[in-house]
Design a protein around this ligand. Structure first.
Ligand code: NAP
Length: 486
């Protein structure tokens, strides 16, 4: 074991004897853009990226829909970052269990937390824990082969009606995966277990999906490209009530100031008028339900969801130029066998990390972590944040470019101001690997992720897919074959 560690440490030993040692936690877009910008801006920086999974790329691998391959091309750029001589990736290292935040901070001059949002907002209404109700995140992780959701108990085989709560882009992603002909998904990198389940269920059932928004078509949270895609699904019946499209002066005012919302509204209007009047009996159906908010979930008597009770809403201005949904006391039930809550992701703190539970973010000023949420508190020296953990779960992959730039500028300013002192030696990478080795943590470096990658591509080529994702911890760790390092 000791010999193995020596080889391991030598392989990852420092280029400069006294570099600025930075650790980025989380290897999604926010983490990689931070690492890339640090390496460019600071020629003496040595950057380590750790991730709790044995593989890198976070949301690009586990969040981006399988039928959006063009969005995933960015992993080539991220892989180049990992091959940089001053950068390393260490997978299967979990902050909070492999090592604590204070331990990590003691090893590095700067720690940047970019581990995203791996939990879900809840509705806080009766029946939310019935079986058949899942977060959209869990469903997305399931079809994207995330090992934590490989065994998610979905009742898709016996499901004819699905209610999706929320009308953002994640809601549209999951609706599209449920409704797209499976033959079109078969050549994507969708996880095989998900494809098989969807294929089986689409043979037995014609599926009805309800996309429920608490506000109207002028406020729908999705973007035009994603909406066009779902409306364009082959042989899909789309139901939109024309009466929902009537605009109030307040809607006109909102739309006037928002080009994206205008485009979305136009697409919905066009779909409402151009679709057939009623569905054929053999057609998949997508129904947009506006102006309704979830009130409770109804039980079938055996602990499984049988319907969602919705309360009709009316919109009221809240003084900010936006309108909010208020319940009217009028209720309607939609029967269903499955519900996907797509109302937003949620970040989770680790021990010792200041956290604003209300906003679901780490309190920060331009990426510098604050000691508490009071707004007047001191800065946690050497601790930074980026991505969804910093600004909440919104924005596309490229939004993280600006977010990372801001955090890296803060780090640079702190070096200039003498808050961060690179000349004070820190153990950095060697210290991290020593500590993980002492705890028998089976670290997966980038070269071993590349073994997983090759195996997935090989399996994919057998099925005419870009890759067949390994979707259990065991399969991933076996393919990563870390023992080969010794
Ligand atoms: P989102 O865009 O914030 O949408 C959340 C949806 O949930 C909204 O319709 C919101 O309604 C609704 N909602 C929130 N709380 C609710 C409640 N208590 N009751 C009922 N409805 C509620 O979030 P998201 O869809 O999870 O997407 C996250 C980010 O990732 C977004 O910025 C999105 O654009 C991005 N994304 C992009 C792509 C892509 O580019 N292809 C794909 C996926 C995700 P209100 O509007 O009324 O609040």
């Amino acid at each position: 074991m000791a010999m193995c560690r020596m080889i391991f440490l030598r392989r990852f030993s420092s280029i400069s004897s006294n570099p600025l040692r930075v650790c980025v936690v989380g290897s999604g877009p926010a983490g990689f853009y931070t690492a890339e910008k640090m390496l460019k801006r600071h020629e003496a920086a040595q950057v380590d990226i750790i991730d709790r999974l044995p593989m890198p790329f976070g949301l690009v691998r586990s969040g981006v829909a399988p039928d959006h391959p063009e969005t995933k091309i960015v992993v080539n750029q991220f892989s180049r970052v990992c091959h940089h001589e001053r950068c390393s990736f260490f997978g299967n290292v979990m902050l909070g269990s492999s090592l604590s935040l204070p331990e990590l901070r003691s090893l590095y001059h700067a720690v940047v937390l970019a581990y995203g949002a791996e939990s879900d907002r809840s509705l806080g209404i009766p029946g939310e824990d019935l079986s058949g109700i899942h977060s959209a995140r869990e469903f997305v992780w399931w079809y994207n082969g995330h090992p934590d959701c490989r065994n998610l108990e979905l009742y898709l085989k016996n499901t004819q009606k699905v209610v999706i709560l929320g009308q953002g882009n994640v809601a549209l992603d999951v609706a599209r995966i449920l409704l797209r002909p499976t033959v079109e998904l078969a050549t994507t990198d969708i996880a095989n277990h998900a494809l098989a389940t969807l294929q089986e269920s689409s043979i037995s059932y014609f599926r009805k999906v309800y996309l429920v928004g608490r506000r109207g078509p002028a406020q729908a949270a999705c973007t035009a490209k994603e909406l066009r895609e779902v409306l364009g699904i082959k042989d899909l019946y789309v139901g939109i009530s024309e009466s929902d499209l009537l605009k109030t002066p307040a809607d006109e005012e909102e739309l006037k100031n928002d080009r994206i919302r205008r485009r979305v509204y136009e697409l919905l209007s066009k779909a409402a008028t151009s679709n057939q009047s009623s569905p054929r009996s053999d057609q998949h159906e997508l129904h947009f339900v506006f102006f309704h908010k979830p009130d409770r979930f109804l039980d079938d008597g055996h602990g499984h969801v049988t319907a969602v009770r919705l309360e009709k809403t009316a919109l009221r201005g809240n003084g900010s130029g936006k309108q909010i949904a208020i319940g009217t006391g009028e209720f309607q039930d939609i029967e269903c066998e499955m519900v996907l809550k797509s109302i937003g992701y949620k970040s989770v703190p680790v021990d010792g990390l200041p956290f604003d539970h209300q906003a679901g973010v780490v309190p920060n000023v331009r990426g510098r972590v604050l000691c508490d949420t009071s707004g007047e508190s001191a800065i946690e020296e050497g601790l930074y944040v980026c991505g969804w953990l910093k600004r909440g779960p919104t924005g596309i992959i490229a939004t993280n470019l600006y977010c990372a730039e801001e955090t890296v500028v803060s780090i640079s300013e702190d070096i200039d101001r003498g808050v961060l002192v690179p000349s004070l030696p820190k153990p950095g990478r060697d210290g991290l690997l020593q500590l993980l080795d002492d705890r028998n943590v089976r670290v997966v470096p980038f070269s071993n992720w590349e073994k997983i990658d090759s195996e997935e591509r090989r399996l994919g080529s057998l099925r005419n897919k870009p890759r067949e994702k390994l979707a259990t911890w065991d399969e991933l760790l076996r393919a990563s074959d870390t023992n080969q390092l010794c």
